[in-house]
Design a protein around this ligand. Structure first.
Ligand code: ZN
Length: 468
């Protein structure tokens, strides 16, 4: 009871605090401005490669500087600038960094129903490459900076906006460059970036996924060697056969299932909003007795959940042979590995070797692109601020700490000790215009809600008590 009263008190305090907050958000003029910046960014073709992120960085710099917010353009390559802007707090707590990337994956124009760089508005959506990855986050970050500055909001920590280049596979010019050469410019206690989303069904937000962890991208090249020769004279010492057998063995391997703090909390909370049969599975996923059966169910029907529980291996490319009638001496396969955050990779590679059981098949690990890091904590002021923003905006939903099966620039930040959280816009479950898809799109209303969500979060985590 005591704890309940305490919680109620907290809740009331939050309410009062929120009620006192300046709310410049529900204005048409602000939405029009948000849409203008978002559309301008979508119209810039920052397909990576080659990127050309400097155009976007310059645009953002212009907007911020006009409002008196100091900016820096930092680049390893003049065409691929990163922007860092900072609004100062009183220094009593360490900064918050809001990160969004300005590069996008390429678009296959012929597969789109609209110009992927036209920022076309249609049926309540805005279409464009980068609409949900990641120009919506860049725009929301920009708008929150403008609102903080215009409202003369007193902050107890600095708020930093980082618009990065090269997130889509060229981190050398983006996050790696910033972390290794300009750490002082972006160092923060907390970071907010892409990766999460508010998942809606029939227009109602069911849950707000905040990513606190991500899987670790690793990969190997399998190199099988054998005897070359004339294809009219078969030999068991054939590189193609060795490779095929090795790939088949890996394909049959069921790596162990494992939960961590994030996924445990994820399944527990998800159970609370799921229909009985699903809830039952989510509640018992960690059971010694029922776990294996639930795991098999996930493998078949809920592959995203299966991927959250296992280090996975997926063959993606094969390379062998050069002539129809020649047995090649070498054949190669590429295996994309997505490791659980705590995976012991040298041991994992040893297990792969033992499984393949062929000394003529070599495993060559690729150079890691992202560091392995532990999950960010859910007992921090920032996580609470995210939960409060959810409760305020989507009171019927819940906040789900989640682990991304993909990877983001937050890996590099977590490796430096930053508590990093992925958030994102409202998306309708199953919407075809997802990240990296043809006809990528974002609902207009969702863009404005994203600004609001980030605003409440940042205001609570960085504003002084009087401001909140
Ligand atoms: Zn992205």
């Amino acid at each position: 009871m005591a704890t309940f009263r305490y919680k109620l008190l907290l809740l009331l305090c939050c309410r009062v605090a929120f009620a006192a907050a300046p709310n410049p958000l529900h204005s048409r003029r602000l939405n029009a401005e948000t849409l203008r910046h978002f559309s301008a960014l979508l119209r810039m073709d920052t397909s990576n490669p080659p990127g050309n992120e400097t155009e976007a960085a310059r645009y953002l710099a212009g907007v911020l500087q006009r409002e008196g917010i100091p900016v820096k353009l930092l680049g390893l390559d003049p065409a691929r600038a990163n922007l860092v802007a900072r609004i100062k707090g009183d220094g009593s707590a360490r900064p918050i960094a809001i990160l969004g990337h300005t590069d996008v994956v390429p678009a296959q124009r012929s597969k789109w129903s609209v110009d992927p760089f036209g920022a076309v508005r249609k049926n309540g959506f805005i279409y464009g490459r980068g609409a949900v990855d990641d120009k919506e986050i860049v725009t929301a970050g920009l708008m929150v900076m403008l609102l903080l500055q215009r409202g003369h909001v007193k902050l107890h920590r600095d708020v930093i906006l980082v618009a990065e280049a090269g997130e889509e596979g060229a981190t050398g010019v983006g996050i790696d460059f910033l972390v290794s050469r300009h750490w002082d410019d972006i160092a923060a206690e907390y970071a907010l970036a892409e990766g999460g989303s508010a998942v809606a069904q029939g227009g109602n937000v069911r849950y707000v996924a905040i990513t606190t962890a991500e899987k670790v991208p690793r990969g190997v090249r399998l190199i099988a060697r054998g005897l070359s020769g004339h294809a009219s004279r078969p030999s068991p010492d054939n590189a193609v056969l060795r490779l095929a057998a090795a790939v088949a063995r890996l394909g049959e391997w069921r790596t162990p299932m494992r939960l961590n703090d994030t996924t445990r909390a994820y399944f527990e909370r998800l159970a609370g909003i799921s229909p009985p049969p699903d809830a039952d599975r989510y509640r018992h996923v960690g059971d010694a007795a029922r776990g294996p059966e639930i795991d098999r169910y996930f493998e078949r029907y809920e592959p995203a959940h299966y991927a959250m529980l296992h280090t996975t291996l997926v063959p993606t490319m094969l390379k062998a042979g050069f002539a129809f009638n020649v047995i090649p001496s070498q054949a190669e396969a590429y295996i994309d590995i997505r490791a659980l955050p705590d995976e012991d990779m040298p041991r994992f590679y040893d297990e792969m070797r033992a499984l393949i059981a062929d000394p003529n098949v070599e495993i060559e690990p690729r150079k890691p692109t992202r560091p392995a890091t532990p999950p960010s904590r859910t007992d921090t002021a920032m996580f609470r601020a995210l939960e409060h923003a959810q409760r305020r905006m989507f009171p019927k939903a819940i906040t789900l700490p989640a682990m991304l099966t993909g990877a983001t620039d937050m890996a590099q930040l977590r490796a430096k000790g930053v508590q990093a959280y992925g958030f994102g816009p409202i998306v309708e479950a199953g919407d075809p215009g997802a990240a990296h898809a043809d006809d990528e799109r974002l609902a207009e209303a969702s863009l404005y809600k994203l600004v609001e969500f980030l605003w409440y979060t940042v205001l609570e985590a960085a504003g002084t008590a009087a401001q909140r």
